[in-house]
Design a protein. Sequence first.
Length: 219
Amino acid sequence: MFNNFDGKVVLDNLHFLIEGMQTTLLLTVVAIIGGLLLGTLLALARLSPFKTLSFVAGTYVNFFRSMPLILVIFWFYFLVPHILGRPVGGFYSVLVAFVLFEAAYYCEIMRAGIQSVRQGQIYAGQALGLTYQQNMRYVVLPQAFRNMIPILMTQAIILFQDTSLVYVVGIKDFLVSADLVANRENRILEMFTTVAIVYFVICLSGSLFIRRLQEKFNL
C-alpha cells in the first residue's frame, strides 16, 4: 500500500499545512486560557455558600458536559452572528464554543483541586486574618493548581485533538488543510498519514511530559 507513497507532495505543501497547524494551535491555546479562567470562576461559584450561585454554576456545568462538542460548535457557529446581528468570522464563533465548553470541564478539575487542599491550610489562612478571597488567592489556589497540573495538561491534549472537529464548519485548521491538499493532489494516503503522525507525535510528547511531572511532584 505504501509502495507508491510520495513524500514530495507533503514537502511541496508544507507551508499550507503549517498555516493550518497555526490555526489549530491558536484555537487550542486561546481556548485553554479562556476555559481555565471561566472554569476557575465557575469552580469558585460551585463551592460558594450561596446556594443560588452554586446552583447556576452547577446547571451550566451539567448542561455543557451533557452536550456533544460537535453540536455545541454548530450552535455557536450559527448562533453568535444571530445574537450580535452581524457576521462574525467562523474562527471566533468556534472559539466561543470551545471556551464555554471547556470551561465546564475545567470547572470540575478546579473544584476537585480546590477540595484536595487540606482543611488545615484553609484554617491556617483564616487564623492569619485572611479574607475568603485572600485565602483562595494566596493559600488555596496555588496549592490546587500544583495538584491539578497533570490533569489540566491532559485536558489540554484532549482539546488539541478535539479542535479537528472544526472541519464541520469549514475552518482551515491542520486537518482541513491536509484534506484540501489531499483532494487537490489526489494524495489521500500521504496527507492523512502525515496528519496521523503529527498528531501522534505531539500527543505522545505531551503525555510523556505529563508523566514526568507526575513523577517530579509525586502525584
